[in-house]
Design a protein. Structure first.
Length: 145
């Protein structure tokens, strides 16, 4: 989701439409899951692609992005699970709340499927049982509003 600090939004009018992001300092996150050069978003009314232009701040780590956004450097993309505590406390505010990025998958990576320790199997089963429901609860709280 797109987020910014209250301090940043006090100095810059919050965007109403994705095109309004052109008037803002956009903080870019470049990872395997997030393309640095465009933000693909969707809402109940359709999809939007925003291509950030101009000088920008760029990182390849979600935690570094959270620090930059909290410090008031601009508007950035954060995963719901990464932003939820700051949203609840008021350190961050959703920007364009009707838009969000596409859902991502969560993977458990381990060395071998052939010789999986019982502890690993149990841990994966716990992840399957709990992570999805916790992420869904985050979505209901902040994304599906």
């Amino acid at each position: 989701m797109l987020v910014a600090s209250p301090d940043y939004l006090a100095q810059h009018a919050a965007p109403v439409e994705p095109e309004d992001l052109n008037d803002h300092q956009c903080l870019l996150l470049g990872t395997v899951d997030y393309a640095r050069d465009e933000w693909q978003m969707k809402s109940k009314s359709g999809t939007a692609t925003f291509v950030p232009t101009g000088p920008s701040f760029s990182v390849n780590d979600m935690d570094a992005m959270a620090v930059a956004v909290r410090s008031g450097a601009g508007i950035g993309l954060l995963a719901g699970f990464s932003a939820i505590d700051d949203l609840r406390s008021g350190k961050l505010v959703r920007v364009l709340p009707e838009y969000h990025t596409y859902e991502r998958n969560v993977y458990a990576v381990y060395t071998s499927r052939q010789f999986v320790d019982a502890k690993i199997n149990r841990y994966i089963e716990l992840l399957k049982a709990n992570v999805g429901s916790q992420l869904a609860a985050t979505a209901r709280e902040f994304i599906d509003r």
